[in-house]
Design a protein around this ligand. Structure first.
Ligand code: SF4
Ligand code: SF4
Ligand code: SF4
Length: 292
């Protein structure tokens, strides 16, 4: 494989600067490895073969980006940094946004996060270099690249990738409603609900966890968000929330969450509560018990 000296140029296509601040940390703080490697940061796009882009691509910056793309050394790789560059994040649907980035440029590596941690940006650049080496040697661009750094860690309180405990979820859609990045989609079919969290769109605000009535959705301290472009649409947390059959009328219904029952019946053993009947049959049973 050809040895390549990566020459990095960064373009801000409408970022709030959060990603750019983290990029500076990734670039110049020794512990993130880039500063001590042979990566070169150039101030003229004509000298670059690795383009780092931050921001959701505003209408104003579109022509600027297109112009830069014509000047890069060939071959080159593109690393999109920040949820904005991947999916437009919280700016999605704004009149001022023409992105996401991959509408206009072949992105090679996506680094989600709002902003991503410097370690993730360093990882994204390292993966971008791998892709560049493959392009230079004429090999097929890889479908997967192993994680370059294995010493990623964050404090337990860090708001990282969201996760879901399906046993606690009732498909109430609160999380879907409060998510500012439309990262959560809940679909309903005959069998139940399908709960999707699209990690590349999440901005880690924690709204979903804060408002979830049952505690089903929660943030982890994982910030494994660096993906090749072909993984962009598959980095999704998919969970099935199945309906149950009412023991009384046989209709399918969504059972109450154990977590919610635990909050409502603090002095009872929720496992002993009769929960396997639908709300309609429960109302009738309660009515008969009280008035029959
Ligand atoms: S991803 Fe977040 S931090 Fe980065 S530019 Fe967008 S809003 Fe700012
Ligand atoms: S995760 Fe929580 S807020 Fe979202 S649908 Fe499930 S119960 Fe409702
Ligand atoms: S933390 Fe939750 S509410 Fe916030 S963007 Fe991510 S999925 Fe949406």
């Amino acid at each position: 494989m050809s040895k390549v000296v990566p020459k990095v140029f960064r373009i801000n296509t409408g970022s709030c600067n959060g990603c750019d601040v983290e990029f500076v940390a990734a670039a110049f703080v020794d512990k993130f490895h880039i500063a001590t490697s042979d990566v070169e940061f150039v101030d003229d796009v004509k000298d670059a073969n690795l383009l780092v882009i931050t921001g959701p691509l505003t209408a104003r910056s579109e022509s600027f980006l297109k112009n830069a793309l014509t000047k890069l050394k060939k071959p080159f790789t593109v690393v999109g940094v920040g949820t904005c560059s991947v999916s437009c994040g919280i700016f999605r649907d704004s009149y001022a946004i023409n992105g996401p980035l991959d509408k206009f440029v072949d992105v090679d590596v996506n680094v989600a996060g709002c902003p991503p941690r410097p370690e993730s940006i360093a990882e994204g650049i390292a993966k971008g270099i791998k892709v560049l080496e493959q392009k230079l040697s004429g090999e097929v661009t890889p479908k997967t690249i192993d994680t370059i750094f294995s010493d990623f860690s964050a404090p337990a309180s860090f708001r990282g990738r969201m996760d879901l405990n399906p046993d606690m979820c009732t498909g109430c859609r609160t999380c879907e409603t409060v998510c500012p990045s439309t990262a959560i989609k809940i679909e309903e079919n005959e069998e139940g609900f399908i709960h999707n969290i699209w990690h590349n769109s999440c901005c880690y605000c924690g709204n979903c966890a804060y408002f979830c009535p049952t505690g089903a959705i929660f943030s982890t301290n994982s910030f494994d968000t660096v993906k090749l472009q072909n993984e962009k649409f598959s980095d999704v947390n998919v969970a099935n929330i199945p309906f149950e059959e009412c023991s009384c009328c046989g209709e399918k219904y969504m059972p109450p969450s154990r977590g919610l029952l635990g909050k409502s019946y603090v002095h009872d053993d929720v496992n002993k509560l009769n929960t396997n009947i639908c709300s309609k049959c429960r109302k009738e049973a309660n009515f008969k018990r009280m008035y029959a």
